[in-house]
Ligand binder design. Structure first.
Ligand code: NCD
Length: 306
């Protein structure tokens, strides 16, 4: 039963609950118009304390396509946050006006604090370098559309595995499934953080950590590329030194398998060259579209409408 629940961490929902969301998302993707009046009297609040394109627009588009309305801010300085209001007070106020809220915040754990102050559903749309569970919903829907199921697959992750919250969430989610194996490709300074390492070790998921991409491409079912997270670095020099560690281009794609699909949460900077975009294995813009369908499903489930 997902009605009234919040999604802050992928571990907040059971496998069965995630299944309900994905089943509905696949239905919505086939016939989105069928749901155009489902949220007619509902309001979604979007509280974005950090920049966003896809996550905010896809949530807003999701609610509008369900016939609902959206309030919120994408620039916290336009709200009383600029006057020093706490996240707890902000969310308690918003609860009077909306039926559910989406929060993105630079501080790890901020959405968890918010959820403790209210009774309506709160969704974490990214907290610092920690987690981003709705990007995981997007990624999984895409994986299922391409290969049927997430089980028995080899997942490559490449780039900034230390600060990349989409990576942490997706690894946490996938670690609960049978036959999953990880190839983690990053510079030594950007390997997965301890909380992710602890999770995959505890769940006995086989993984290797390497600093070369080319020789492992063939065995991957999916390669999840990521941007080096400039905003999480303490100094510019380290960022400049590491930012172009891995660049996937058409030449490297020749070493990938015929069904090695390329995922990326976007935005990309340099890590995927535009000469990869027309390759049918490049799936990142499809992911962005699927993000709207799966967020429509999430909203319908948390409001208890479906
Ligand atoms: C990601 C994020 O915000 O963590 N973007 C997104 O939501 N699709 C990835 C990133 O910013 O690199």
């Amino acid at each position: 039963m997902l009605k009234g629940k919040s999604l802050i961490d992928p571990s907040d929902f059971s496998k069965e609950e995630f299944r309900e969301i994905f089943d509905l998302a696949h239905e919505i993707a086939k016939d989105p118009l069928k749901y155009k009046k489902s949220c007619e009297d509902k309001i979604l609040a979007t509280l974005f304390f950090e920049p966003s394109t896809r996550t905010r627009f896809s949530f807003e588009a999701a609610m509008l396509r369900l016939g609902g309305q959206v309030i919120g801010f994408s620039e916290p300085n336009s709200s009383s946050v600029a006057k020093g209001e706490s996240i707890a007070d902000t969310i308690r106020t918003v609860e009077n006006y909306a039926d559910l809220a989406v929060i993105r915040h630079p501080k790890e754990g901020a959405p968890r604090v918010a959820v403790q102050s209210v009774k309506f559903p709160v969704i974490n749309a990214g907290d610092g370098g920690h987690l981003h569970p709705t990007q995981t919903l997007t990624d999984i829907l895409t994986i299922e559309m391409l290969k049927g199921s997430v089980e028995n697959k080899v997942y490559g992750f490449c780039g900034d595995l230390k600060f990349g919250r989409t990576v942490h969430s997706l690894i946490k989610f996938l670690s609960n499934y049978e036959g999953v194996r990880f190839i983690l490709v990053s510079p030594e300074e950007l390997t997965i953080p301890e909380f992710v390492r602890e999770e995959i070790t505890r769940k006995n998921v086989p993984f290797i950590e390497v600093d070369k991409l080319r020789e492992h491409l063939k065995e991957m079912d999916f390669l999840y590329m990521t941007r080096v997270q400039k905003e999480r670095f303490f100094n510019e020099e380290d960022y400049i030194r590491l930012k172009d560690s891995f660049i996937l281009d058409a030449e490297k794609m020749k070493h990938a398998g015929p069904e090695t699909y390329i995922l990326h949460p976007l935005p990309r900077v340099n890590e995927i060259s535009i000469d990869v975009d027309d390759d049918p294995r490049a799936q990142y813009f499809n992911q962005a579209r699927n993000g709207m369908y799966v967020r429509m499903a999430l909203i319908l489930k948390l409001l208890g409408i479906k």
